[in-house]
Design a protein around this ligand. Sequence first.
Ligand SMILES: Cc1cc2nc3c(=O)[nH]c(=O)nc-3n(C[C@H](O)[C@H](O)[C@H](O)COP(=O)(O)O)c2cc1C
Length: 166
Amino acid sequence: MTPYEAIISKRDLRVYTDQPIADDVMHRILQAGRMAGSAKNVEANRLVLVTDQAVQDSLVEAGEFSSWIGSSAAIVGFASPVAELRLFDVGRQAQNMMIAAHAEGVGTCPVTLQHSDKARAAVGLPDDWDMRMVITLGYPVQDHPDSPLKRTRVALDDLIVHNRWA
Ligand SMILES: Cc1cc2nc3c(=O)[nH]c(=O)nc-3n(C[C@H](O)[C@H](O)[C@H](O)COP(=O)(O)O)c2cc1C
């Protein structure tokens, strides 16, 4: 799989088998997140790797569209200091990791945690840290009826504005 093929074919998958993710595979996925650049190279974010079932179950309560995340092989949370939430940096880390995971055959999906207090409590974050996004990881159940391949994207011609909006 070329990098372009990995980027183009990655879809967000939410239904996983019970197969755990091997340590060497997870290591490469985490490295992909680590190597994302950050604004001013501050590297303020931290990755919270959750494989414990009880902690995963408590994270379910932290989101509005997260009822399914407890059946992930792993969840990675993106923790940032509240004083300067670095969401672009989080996005870069998350996408790096999801593409690396996809190339390893591991499915992923980003999930929003709307309830910061519950997210903080679930993983024991201090009050001056926030964790608004996680990604779930796991080996995908093949041919699941909720296949994301049914969903389309905005056509390229409708997506691109050339030079000026008007
Ligand atoms: C910032 C962001 C937040 C998201 N939050 C959730 C979420 O809370 N729960 C969920 O199931 N999916 C969530 N998603 C996944 C989107 O629904 C998914 O990216 C979109 O449907 C496209 O999926 P596809 O690539 O499989 O077509 C989120 C995606 C992004 C980019």
